[in-house]
Design a protein around this ligand. Structure first.
Ligand code: MRU
Length: 332
């Protein structure tokens, strides 16, 4: 992705391995500053996933792979490292997929850095394919909507939901994106809008509660990412996704979920079985360290919601676009 660092536009990934350290953009500091942080111990990498220094399912997966790589290099107990890293966040399937991938590679004696780098690169390659398939769906003059951040920040580079937009923009198509702000952590406003701005893609930030208003007025397609897709096509994504899917069906707006195969979890039968992470009350009651709710009020903060498969027009994957009824092909 492009990022302005100290006045220069540079190409940068969300996470990478450099000088023996897992290195990443501190996404909590965006859009004000592009701060790079690095860690030498897998425990800090697990903490960086938990406290959302890095976030977004595929980036969480790549970060976890690099965390496992550090554990192997440092001679840590690999099984314990796998346990600790998997405990960082409960919903994104990529976290578990990546740790298991590294356990398998390490058990075969493969080079830890080579394996983790290959994992991160494969994620970028998959996103490029997602962009190619999904980009075909975007026509000149379209008004798109997305939620949360399923861009390069969330996927090492390129993005899932944003990949078709990058591709269509690169192909010279003219379109507009409604970016819902994504309370409480504002990934839409602070991360997606930042990415679209760097790319020169026309967009506007909208309050979460205005999605229905804009969908009714005329949205041509909604594209979101996913944290986990169950065997029946139900999926979990950032809180606020479900209501957009229901509204899309009401107004006949195609609703697409862009995700790599690593996000599909065939051990989870339906969306009801997906663990939804609850995060702290403070994420809701405070903004940038300032309390905005009355003292004494409780807050509830489910980080994700579950959207039933019947609301999904198609899953845009690196293997092509699949209807919910076709996702058993992914397993094959
Ligand atoms: O809590 P976050 O910021 O990790 O949640 C991210 C999302 O919900 C994304 O939409 C999802 O991980 C897909 S990222 C390609």
């Amino acid at each position: 992705m492009k990022a302005n660092i100290n006045g220069r536009t540079e190409d940068i990934r969300a996470v990478w391995f450099e000088d023996g350290k897992v290195t990443m953009i501190d996404q909590r500091e965006l859009p004000d500053k592009v701060t790079i942080v690095s860690f030498k111990d897998y425990r800090y990498v697990a903490e960086a996933i938990r406290n959302m220094t890095t976030r977004g399912a595929p980036s969480i997966g790549a970060t976890a792979a690099y965390g496992m790589c550090l554990a192997a290099i440092n001679g840590d107990d690999i099984e314990q490292a796998a346990k600790d890293i998997k405990a960082a966040r409960p919903t994104a399937n990529d976290l578990f997929y990546a740790v298991d991938y590294m356990l398998d590679d390490l058990s075969k004696g493969k080079d830890p850095i080579g394996s983790a780098d290959a994992y991160a690169q494969s994620m970028v390659d998959k996103c490029i394919k997602i962009g190619e398939y999904g980009g075909e769906l975007i026509k000149d003059g379209y008004r798109l909507m997305t939620h949360c951040n399923a861009g390069a920040l969330a996927t090492v580079d390129v993005g899932t939901a944003l990949a078709p937009m990058r591709k269509a923009h690169g192909d010279g198509k003219d379109f507009f994106v409604y970016v819902s702000e994504t309370r409480p952590r504002l990934q839409g406003m602070q991360l997606t809008a930042w990415e679209l701005l760097q790319e020169g893609i026309d967009h506007a930030i909208i309050p979460d509660g205005s999605s229905g208003h804009f969908i009714r007025k005329g949205v041509d397609m909604i594209i979101v990412g996913a944290d986990r897709i169950a065997a029946n096509g139900d999926f979990a994504n950032k809180i606020g996704t479900f209501e957009k899917a229901v509204l899309a069906k009401e107004f006949n707006v195609p609703f697409y979920v862009a995700a790599p195969i690593s996000t599909f979890d065939f051990n989870t039968k339906t969306g009801e079985d997906i663990v939804i992470e609850d995060r702290s009350e403070e994420e809701v009651t405070m903004v940038k360290g300032v309390r905005i709710a009355p003292i004494g009020c409780k807050a509830l903060n489910p980080s994700f919601d579950m959207t039933p498969a019947r609301y999904v027009t198609g899953f845009i994957t690196e293997k092509g676009i699949l209807k919910p009824s076709e996702i058993s092909k992914v397993r094959e």
